[in-house]
Ligand binder design. Structure first.
Ligand code: HEC
Length: 223
């Protein structure tokens, strides 16, 4: 086929730059809308199946979560067990992680932003509450990891146990999460947070957070 009609009309279109730009934009918009609109129109339950036992972070746990971000723990740890056998079996099966099911979307509904991470210099922490349930162990480990884990390359974070948590900031954050993201915090949760945060160190908050990881779904079978 020599110089077909299509080639000719295409060339003439390309010569009309304004019209061509408009038509290109329309084409891109249609493609974009087809991808972007459905999630807004569908119920979010279709994407993330809610898990009833998963509860929002308490004030102290929330403070710990922020410190996890601030101290860069994310650079060495992931928080997601992928649905692969070598992943669910990664540790000794006598440890809770070995039996733990892989992570589900519904476990992360209160995680803003997600802290899944992508680098595993250290182990995945999503089921830390079952792997290492002792707060005392975490305190020793956070102050100096080599005291309980020989040759560990994890840095120590002794200052966490010297700095106090700023309760007002955390309460403000809980209010924002409730008002903007509909996190179902009750008056009781706020009262409990004020109590917990009154004299808490950053270390207390970090440990509370680590002991929350995986706790809400620990005993759910086949979820
Ligand atoms: C430079 C990388 C690195 C950074 C940064 C890091 N870790 Fe680690 N972490 C490790 C390594 C390696 C291990 C395994 C050895 C050990 O137990 O210390 C580990 C182990 C752990 C464990 C024990 C996991 C288990 O079940 O055996 C916890 C809990 C932990 N880290 C929490 C944290 C927290 C909280 C932070 C931030 C305050 C942090 N890590 C920052 C590398 C890191």
């Amino acid at each position: 086929m020599s110089e077909s009609k299509i080639t000719k009309s295409h060339t003439s279109l390309e010569n009309k730059s304004a019209l061509f730009a408009i038509l290109t934009t329309v084409a891109l918009l249609v493609g974009g809308l087809v991808e972007v609109l459905p999630p807004f129109l569908m119920s979010s339950d279709l994407f993330v199946k809610p898990i009833a036992s998963v509860k929002p972070y308490s004030g102290l746990e929330l403070a710990g979560r922020d410190l996890y971000i601030k101290e860069g723990c994310l650079n060495c740890h992931t928080q997601m067990i992928r649905p692969f056998k070598w992943e669910t079996d990664r540790f000794d099966p006598t440890r809770a992680y070995g039996d733990a099911p892989y992570s589900k979307g519904g476990e992360y509904v209160y995680d803003r932003p997600f802290l899944w991470g992508s680098k595993r210099t250290g182990p995945d922490l999503w089921h830390e509450s079952q792997i290492q349930p002792s707060a005392a162990w975490h305190k020793t480990h956070l102050i100096n990891p080599r005291e309980v884990s020989e040759n560990s390359v994890m840095p120590g974070y002794p200052w966490l146990f010297e700095n106090k948590v700023d309760a007002d900031t955390v309460i403000g954050k809980m209010e924002t999460l409730k008002n903007v993201f509909d996190v179902p915090y009750s008056d009781e949760d706020f009262a409990k947070a004020k109590e917990e945060l009154a004299d808490a160190t950053e270390g207390d908050a970090m440990i509370a957070y680590l002991l929350k990881l995986g706790r809400d779904t620990a005993n759910i079978e086949g979820q």
